[in-house]
Ligand binder design. Structure first.
Ligand code: ADP
Ligand code: ASP
Ligand code: MG
Length: 864
């Protein structure tokens, strides 16, 4: 991907004011406060000013004594006081969604002990959508707008009846009916014209806030507290920017606010969120979800002590809680972090909320109206201590957010290199169609510029670029303007993360491990975010993968178990017994999420799983000992898909055979030969085939003891050993097929066709003689018979056969059903490296699988 090497992100276009200038603002604020001609200078001594030791109590006293005087409405009183005396609250749509909730909101406001309170409210939940729907219906000449308006009327009238009575109710209802009549007339005009202008639309949709603010204010009055409601269209003046955004005009708004306050000098003000006016007094809005922004502007105009944003979650989560169930609440965020989170899709906060309050260092607290005991998230300047606390990667990454429904546009061509003005021409064309560029990335070769825009805007963007660059495209200086649809952005956000070694590596590693392809990358020079563009369908998987990598202190592995037979159920027992130890002592959280029983193990499924990023751990030999081309493609796929495929238990059950071999190979040793007793059954049989006993008798004894397969021919044929030989041969780099391995079968030729195991066992004594002879010959020579598999790496061969070993050879001293494997290598040439131990049985096999699962956990980042 050409665009990887150097990248810029959209975030760098908005350099946040640096700390120096911020603290300057704070100082200006204090000096302004001190100079402010108010009857209550003590209000401003409360915070921020450094008093000599012992003076604090004086300031508190002054504050208390002046509070009594303030009840008289003097001329000064009508002048707008500013500063810490004000606390600003904003209640989102869900907070005022029903009459009961509006009562709760009133209670919270009343309980707040701040001296002055400015409360910004959204429309009741869903109302703004309903208002937009009215516009859509009217302009598409759907008469149902009339009925839909009735529903809006009914909803508010019902709520008012629940909340108010007497004069309050009457005055609200009279205003409501008047508004509805006006809306009806306006919608009728829209219906006739078949079109709504932007200001008509803004006028209509803002009514939800007008009604909720009036109702809330009346409920507070009903509780005996003087409160005024503010139609913020009279106060908040904004200029449209042309890209579905508005910029506040602070000085005009300040003048209007002072004027408004002189007429309404209340200590509790309930203001409408979302709505404002242009300097020409035309109603407008701060656009969807804009009430957070309203609250922040108000906070700045009043230079409030803090702005509390009340919503329906406990604060800002490390990721959207609807998408990542394990997201955690962030106690604090810096302004920049909060900005980045919201810009990149965390809709708990409108992105424009930060700048107004950051100018004055006013903290924002996000709190849950439905869970008052939760302290919420505080957004403020990072404290010095917090910086010192940051020792590990998690602390650098605060959260993750995503934006869906994007398309990437890639403008590519050799003619772009070194030509000044290309980027400006590209983004000029994009601006002309009014599209919003969310992220930009340019390769340092200047060969391509790629950027993300909302999917709805990409067609217009592509057309504009095609026409703007027609000549360059025709001349071949530009090769293409390509659109990659169905993309999402995933942003990791955190103070200083981009300059901390290891953060981006960990992020990309987590994505790779989840098999997620990254289409484009941008890392903000601001160092607050790393942004990647991925396929939309991968978005949630990617979000969960990176979140769990950074945020969960544990490595969590979700498992499915296929085939809960004897080994599977033993594994489940072992997992259950060990789970809490793994969690507490090793930080690994293994979760069995599914168990599927399956009669036939469909090995071709491995490829499908690996391709999907699912790791495979198996004790089943078939895939690795099947046709060579299938095996090689499985391994290739596993590497490409960055997944893991572990199969230690295929050879020697729980014994570390594959891992030993890998260790030797990876550290540069050369394998010369692997020789071993790989069958627990045949080990048992030959360990006991001595002292004049008949071979058939030992086989019968082994069968009786449960050491053999139900039909002992499956063991005696040697095929199981041959499969293990093939697995080890391939692991050592030999390209052998199972048919390349000569296998000495211990099943006498005439008995291979016996219909049943029983018949075979009956006939077997007739054939004892041949093996008895071999055994006696060996005995005479001071040797023993052993059934072994051999991988002769030097000669690229494998074999399974009966061999004789001196009585002092390690193979001669086995007991029970032990396996023994000898690795002869360049390093272990004179004395082979030997692994020995029980190589069959449910406990040790399940243990081998368990070991692979933990190996997987460590590959996936579990602490070692
Ligand atoms: P309100 O109407 O109060 O303004 P919003 O719906 O605009 O509420 O914002 C709150 C919602 O934001 C939450 O319900 C939550 O689902 C969503 N959300 C998305 N990302 C995050 C995040 N990182 N942290 C918290 N909430 C988030
Ligand atoms: N009511 C407006 C909206 O739904 C503004 C807000 O609630 O923030 O978009
Ligand atoms: Mg909101």
């Amino acid at each position: 991907m050409a665009s990887l090497s150097a990248a810029i992100s959209r975030s760098s276009c908005f350099p946040p004011p640096n700390t120096t200038s911020l603290s300057n603002h704070r100082n200006i604020f204090h000096s302004q406060c001190r100079a402010f001609p108010l009857s209550r200078p003590s209000l401003f001594l409360r915070k921020g000013l450094t008093l000599p030791p012992g003076r604090e109590s004086t300031s508190t006293r002054i504050s208390a004594s002046v509070a009594d005087v303030s009840l008289n409405l003097s001329v000064e009183e009508k002048q707008l006081p500013k500063g810490d005396t004000w606390s600003v609250h904003k209640f989102g749509g869900t907070c005022v969604g029903t009459s009961q909730r509006i009562k709760n909101v009133a209670e919270i406001i009343i309980k707040d002990e701040s001296e002055r309170k400015l409360v910004v409210v959204s429309a009741m939940s869903k109302v703004t959508d309903m208002m937009y729907d009215l516009i859509n219906k009217a302009q598409s000449r759907d008469e149902n707008y009339v009925a839909a308006l009735d529903v809006v009327l009914e909803k508010h009238s019902q709520t008012a009846h629940d909340l108010l009575d007497g004069d309050h109710l009457a005055s609200f209802l009279s205003q409501l009916h008047q508004d509805i009549n006006n809306l009806k007339a306006m919608l009728r005009a829209i219906y006739i014209a078949g079109h709504a202008t932007e200001s008509f639309t803004d006028f209509v949709v803002g009514h939800g806030e007008l009604w909720s603010a009036q109702m809330l204010s009346l409920v507070i009055r009903k509780n005996g507290i003087d409160s005024k409601w503010m139609d913020t269209r009279e106060v908040l003046i904004v200029n449209p920017t042309g890209s579905n955004q508005v910029d506040p005009d602070y000085s005009l708004s300040q003048q209007r606010l002072e004027k408004w306050y002189s007429r309404n000098p209340a200590r509790v003000i309930i203001a409408t969120g979302f709505i404002a006016s242009t300097p020409q007094n035309i109603p407008t809005t701060l656009k969807r979800d804009g009430s957070d922004f309203s609250a922040a502007i108000m906070g700045a105009l009043f230079q409030a002590r803090q702005v509390t944003i009340w919503t329906d979650v406990d604060g800002v989560f490390s990721a959207d809680p609807r998408k990542v169930s394990e997201a955690v609440i962030l106690k604090t965020l810096s302004y920049q972090e909060a900005w980045e989170m919201s810009y990149f899709g965390a809709n708990v906060l409108h992105p424009r909320t930060i700048i107004p309050v950051m100018r004055y260092g006013i903290p924002i607290i996000i709190r849950n109206i439905f869970n008052l005991s939760a302290p919420g998230t505080k957004i403020c300047h990072p404290s010095v201590n917090e910086d010192e606390d940051k020792q590990n990667l998690q602390n650098f990454v605060k959260g993750f957010a995503t934006i869906d429904n994007l398309a990437l546009v890639n403008v590519e061509g050799t003619g772009m290199a070194g030509v000044p003005g290309t980027a400006s021409a590209i983004f000029g064309a994009v601006k002309d169609v009014g599209a919003n560029v969310i992220m930009i990335s340019q390769a340092s070769s200047e060969h391509s510029v790629c950027f993300a825009v909302p999917e709805t805007e990409v067609k217009a963007v592509a057309e504009a670029l095609q026409s703007r660059f027609r000549q360059a495209l025709d001349a071949g200086r530009l090769s293409q303007v390509a659109v990659i649809p169905n993309c999402s952005i995933l942003a990791a956000v955190g103070q200083k993360m981009a300059s901390t070694p290891g953060v981006s590596a960990t992020l990309f590693n987590a994505l790779a491990k989840a098999s997620i392809n990254v289409r484009a990358i941008a890392q903000g020079c601001s160092e607050y975010n790393i942004t990647v563009v991925i396929k939309r369908e991968d978005c949630i998987k990617a979000l969960r993968a990176v979140h769990s990598r950074f945020y969960l202190s544990r490595t969590t592995i979700a498992m499915g178990i296929i085939g809960p037979g004897l080994i599977g159920s033993t594994l489940l027992d072992q997992l259950r017994d060990q789970a809490s130890v793994l969690k507490e002592e090793f930080n690994i959280d293994l979760r069995v999420l599914g168990i599927i029983s399956s009669k036939s193990m469909l090995l071709t499924h491995y490829n499908g799983w690996l391709r999907k990023g699912i790791h495979v751990v198996t004790p089943n030999k078939k895939a690795n000992s099947g046709p060579l081309d299938q095996y090689l493609s499985l391994r290739a796929l596993q590497r490409q898909s960055y997944t893991h495929y572990f199969y230690e238990a295929t050879v020697g059950a729980g014994l570390p055979i594959i891992s030993t071999l890998r260790g030797l190979l990876e550290t540069g040793d050369r394998i010369l030969q692997i020789e071993g007793i790989f069958s627990g059954t045949l080990s048992y049989i030959f360990n006991n085939f001595k002292d004049g006993r008949a071979f058939s008798e030992v086989v019968a004894e082994a069968k009786e003891a449960g050491y053999t397969e139900p039909d002992p021919r499956d063991d005696l044929s040697g095929m199981d050993v041959a499969r293990k030989v093939i697995i080890l041969a391939r692991e050592s780099g030999l390209k052998l097929e199972l048919s390349d391995i000569p296998v000495e079968s211990l099943v006498p030729e005439p008995l291979r066709g016996c219909a049943s195991a029983q018949e075979f066992m009956q006939q077997l004594p007739k054939f004892d003689q041949e093996l008895t002879k071999k055994q006696e010959e060996a005995e005479k020579a001071g040797e023993v018979l052993r059934y072994v598999g051999v991988v002769d790496v030097t000669n690229k061969k494998g074999t399974v056969e009966l061999r004789r070993y001196k009585k002092d050879h390690p193979f001669a001293h086995l007991s029970g059903s032990d396996n023994i494997i000898a690795f002869t290598t360049r390093r272990y040439q004179n004395q082979p490296l030997i692994v020995r131990g029980p190589g069959a049985g449910a406990q040790v096999t399940a243990g081998g699988i368990f070991c692979d699962i933990l190996r997987l956990a460590s590959y996936l980042g579990a602490p070692s």
